[in-house]
Unconditional design. Structure first.
Length: 134
């Protein structure tokens, strides 16, 4: 006995569902057949990870590059072109050749920030505590 739902046989719908499941199983078998390799995932999560790493490193290098006052604008322009055209290689080169300078500039910037916030805290009006109000 066949029961119809919206013009299709329920048994036909069940058969289609089983066929779709079998196709998925066959695709997984092909995917994992032989040696497992990352290249079998064409748009896998590793590409997203590498894009996020690239984007974060570009932001770090660009901020350091444009905060520098010891190099000219032409050198900055050359670095920018190199970073756009040869992203990973240029980032690696910048970190190798300018890494120590990046760290020193970050330490100096943090010291200036702490000193300026310390001066602001010292010059701020003192709040009275609840215990001194009694």
């Amino acid at each position: 006995m066949t029961i119809y739902a919206d013009g299709f046989a329920v048994s036909h719908l069940i058969q289609e569902a089983f066929r779709a499941t079998e196709v998925r199983k066959e695709n997984l078998n092909v995917l994992f057949a032989g040696r497992f390799h990352v290249s079998k995932f064409p748009n896998g999560p590793h590409r997203v990870f590498f894009f996020i790493v690239l984007f974060r490193l570009l932001i770090t290098v660009f901020t350091d590059l444009f905060r520098r006052h010891d190099i000219s604008g032409w050198i900055k322009a050359i670095w920018v072109i190199a970073l756009i055209v040869f992203s990973y290689i240029a980032i690696l080169a910048y970190l190798i050749f300018q890494g120590r300078g990046m760290a020193e500039r970050n330490v100096q910037r943090d010291r200036r920030r702490v000193m300026s916030s310390g001066a602001w805290l010292v010059s701020a009006p003192q709040m009275k505590s609840k215990s001194s109000m009694r």
